[in-house]
Ligand binder design. Structure first.
Ligand code: HAM
Length: 430
């Protein structure tokens, strides 16, 4: 049997690696624009870091085992608990708000499908130590700006915005008992609320979660709000500093930034992870053929749970796998530029020594150089240069040239000129 990679684990051939780097570069560009500093943590963590904190869904997807020292350990399925521990350990000495980003590889034992794998890279941007709804808006704007940097517009991508506190308030108004709120949020997270069979599903799921099935209609009504007027009407009087005011302030800030066309209210977004406390959001492709591009929200209690220090946080995780699919589908995969600036061609085998000397000199000056390892005839060397997509061919030892000069040919235009060896690096780079 030929060797194969494990299901859900990718091999990055150079074209795939180039696209991944393109995504990473957009991530770094936006992180820098928002003044975020990079951090990292261990890929292997104590299992207990995820028990209770991440929620049942991720717990069921953990890669975990006992290490040789008898410790229960897990490959990180997400970055947020690590971040919470790191921030908690130093929070009192750090200037707030803290703006941190990271690009970890994460591992989840999921059923592999398009955009859903068993490993993925995830941009995490988290703003720590700030409760203002402007922090929520800042984080969402950064997630949207990554899409814009990659060439995706409001026609292709939207952010579905919601707030756990608002949903809880509306559910209480519908008669859901306070001690069943979190179970009801779990049900909403699993429901396809707009599907025709949603009511039947909602009834079944609520009963399974210990909530009366007769509340299903009310729960669906709450989860189906898609416009701001309906939301404000359903919420009634807006309490100053309360969840509704908070959500509206976040929306207003996004609108003021000029991002209105991307923003869609969606009360079915509650997020599967257990630790969110306020604004929650997910970015989707408009066709909705893919899973979420990005998900995040406010989680004000997690750092306290992990480290005992009380620090409010808001952030998101954005996976590379869904973005890769979307960029391919939207024909936004960049053409990889020519990798080789100069391909050195030896006029005859006698010139090979000179080729090696020149190649090394050019590389020292930062020019990317290749040459044939065995010297075939000139035509074959030119063919090799073409296949390597070289920008220039440098002919070393052409009979009409003196020792101190070489002839170079621009492979795109066919233009040829004679250049002094000392000026070659500057000419090739220009
Ligand atoms: P999450 O919603 O579990 O959130 O993941 C965020 C994003 O990571 C998803 O929207 C998706 O693009 C990508 N992703 C997740 N699982 C997979 C998978 N199996 N295969 C491919 N892509 C995947 C979190 O992880 C939170 N910790 C994010 C966060 C940071 N919240 C606050 N700060």
């Amino acid at each position: 049997m030929p060797a194969t990679a494990l299901p859900g684990f990718r091999e990055f051939y150079p074209d795939d690696a180039a696209l991944r780097n393109h995504i990473f570069s957009a991530w770094r560009t936006v992180a820098a624009r928002y003044g975020f500093e990079e951090y990292d943590g261990p890929p292997l963590e104590p299992l207990e870091l995820y028990t209770d904190k991440s929620g049942a869904e991720i717990m069921g997807q953990l890669y975990y085992f006992e290490d040789k020292g008898g410790r229960s350990v897990a490959l990180r399925p997400e970055m947020t608990p690590t971040l919470a521990r790191m921030v908690g350990a130093r929070a009192s000495s750090m200037m707030k708000p803290i703006r941190w980003f990271s690009m970890p590889q994460l591992f989840r034992y999921e059923r592999p499908q398009r955009g859903r794998l068993r490993e993925h890279f995830q941009l995490n941007m988290d703003l720590i130590g700030e409760t203002s709804p402007l922090a929520d808006a800042e984080i969402i704007a950064a997630a949207l700006d990554v899409q814009r940097v990659l060439g995706l517009t409001e026609q292709q991508v939207c952010v579905r915005l919601s707030h756990r506190g608002v949903i809880q308030q509306l559910l209480l108004n519908k008669g859901v008992p306070a001690d069943r709120l979190s179970a009801t949020l779990t049900a909403i997270d699993r429901l396809e609320v707009d599907a025709p069979e949603a009511l039947e599903w909602a009834r079944k799921q609520l009963v399974q979660l210990g909530v009366g099935g007769e509340l299903a209609e009310g729960v669906l009504e709450v989860a189906r709000i898609r416009d701001w007027t309906t939301l404000e009407r359903a919420a009634g009087a807006v309490t100053a500093g309360g969840p509704v005011e908070n959500l509206l302030a976040c929306r207003d800030a996004l609108f003021q930034m000029g991002l209105e066309a991307f923003v869609q209210l969606d009360t079915s977004i509650v997020r599967g992870l257990a630790y969110y406390t306020g604004v929650v959001f997910e970015l989707f492709d408009r066709q909705h053929t893919l899973r979420a591009i990005c998900g995040g929200g406010r989680y004000d209690d997690l750092v306290k749970q992990v480290s005992g220090t009380d620090v409010p946080c808001v952030g998101f995780g954005m996976g590379d796998a869904v973005l890769t699919e979307l960029l391919k589908e939207s024909k936004l995969v960049p053409v990889v530029p020519s990798r080789v600036q100069a391909f050195l061609v030896a006029h005859s085998a006698a010139n090979q020594v000179e080729v090696l000397r020149l190649a090394h000199m050019l590389r020292d000056e930062g020019v990317s150089v290749e040459y044939a390892m065995k010297i075939p005839n000139l035509r074959r060397q030119f063919e090799q240069a073409g296949k390597r997509q070289a920008r220039y061919v440098v002919i070393v030892g052409s009979p009409e040239g003196a020792d101190a000069v070489v002839k170079i040919r621009d492979l795109a235009s066919g233009h040829e000129e004679v250049v002094a060896q000392g000026a070659l690096a500057a000419r090739v780079r220009s």
